[in-house]
Structures are given as structure tokens and as C-alpha cells.
Write a protein that binds this ligand. Structure first.
Ligand code: MN
Length: 209
């Protein structure tokens, strides 16, 4: 059976400093994500879900297998969305326009997203997603196409918005392992710093997937 393999990071382990330290990356990618991969590969041996794409496993599995598949899916999207820190870092194009349409401004969007991340009780993820099929009234004012309504959701533990029929675009991991070495209990400070390293081109490319 073909096994799921640990993704390679698209940047050097210290590239996200000081927002995320190389020590956090080493544990988060090299230990936590690797652990979910090993768990899932072991659970899939002899399972009828063996050989399916990761998304299908996350949708069809139950219990521990669903949790491990969900965590892998979440972390792959998480680690792919970062880049070296930029001073003026914000979305452009269709995505910027849809954020303004649905949240009034990028600043208001960031505030709501951070608040939902900071107030999620326990372990989980905060997500920006789009409804998958844009309606005719969701045409962007500029005429640059249609983007489904954008929504922010809190997902507990290993859940992913695909399990609600949404198209996931951006995520912040609020499990303590994502920030404890660098920020200890200051989750809100960690979330506020993450905006500096979001690769908005990656996020926008997810709109058309
Ligand atoms: Mn994590």
C-alpha cells in the first residue's frame, strides 16, 4: 500500500522567525505532523479506505482515523500558507475584494478572525472558507468573477471545513503545540503576529481549487 509521506516545507526551518521559531517548526512539522502521518499509515493497513486520497479519508473515516487524517489535511494547508515576513502584507485581487464585500474591510476581517481564534476553547483551528458555488449575486463589483460567501468558523480538534461542505482557504492552528515554545500561554499575541507571514497568493489560489 502506498503510504502518506511527510510534506517538505516550502521554506527553510528558520525562515518564519521571529513569528515562528525554528524550534517550533522542528517540533510541529517534524514531530507532531510526522506523528499523525505514522498513526494514519498504521491505521490504514488493511482498511477499506486504504488508497483513497487524504480528503476522502478525512470525509469517510471515523474516530481516530478521521482525527489523524484531519490533522494531516489541516497541517498541510497550514504549513503551505506561510512565507518570509513582509511589512505590507495583505491580500490582493479577487480575494481582497471578496473580503471587503463580506467583512467590510481587511482590518475588520483580521479582528474577527483573531477573536474567533483566541476564544476557541481547548484545541482546534480557526478557518476562513468560501461557500463552494458562488450565487449570481456574489459576482464581485469589479467584474473579476464570482466568489462564494466567505465565512470564519471555529473547528474543534482535527475538524476541517470540507466536512461542512465549505472550501477552506486560510487557517490558524490554535493547539498549544503551535505556539507554546515561542509565546507560552499568549495565544492572542501569536495569532496577531501570524498576519506578517501569510502568503496571500497561496490563499487566493485556493479559491479556484
Ligand atoms: Mn498543529
Amino acid at each position: 500500500m502506498k503510504k502518506f509521506e511527510l510534506m517538505a516545507l516550502p521554506y527553510a526551518p528558520d525562515a518564519l522567525e521571529p513569528v515562528i521559531s525554528k524550534e517550533t517548526i522542528a517540533f510541529h512539522h517534524g514531530k507532531h505532523l510526522a506523528g499523525y502521518m505514522n498513526n494514519l499509515n498504521a491505521m490504514l493497513e488493511g482498511s477499506p479506505l486504504a488508497g483513497l486520497p487524504l480528503e476522502e479519508v478525512a470525509l469517510k473515516a471515523e474516530g481516530g482515523m478521521q482525527n489523524n487524517a484531519g490533522q494531516i489535511l489541516n497541517h498541510e494547508m497550514y504549513f503551505e500558507q506561510f512565507c518570509v515576513s513582509k511589512a505590507e502584507n495583505k491580500p490582493a485581487g479577487q480575494l481582497a475584494e471578496a473580503i471587503e464585500r463580506d467583512f467590510v474591510s481587511f482590518e475588520a476581517f483580521k479582528e474577527e478572525f483573531q477573536k474567533k481564534g483566541a476564544t476557541l476553547f481547548g484545541s482546534g483551528w480557526v478557518w476562513l472558507s468560501a461557500t463552494p458555488t458562488p450565487q449570481s449575486d456574489e459576482q464581485l463589483p469589479s467584474g473579476r468573477g464570482a466568489v462564494g460567501k466567505l465565512v470564519i468558523t471555529q473547528e474543534a480538534n482535527a475538524a476541517n471545513p470540507i466536512q461542512k461542505g465549505l472550501k477552506p482557504l486560510l487557517t490558524f492552528d490554535v493547539w498549544e503545540h503551535a505556539y507554546y515554545l515561542d509565546y507560552q500561554n499568549r495565544r492572542a499575541d501569536h495569532l496577531a503576529a501570524l498576519w506578517q507571514i501569510i502568503d496571500w497568493e497561496v490563499i487566493e489560489s485556493r479559491l479556484s481549487k
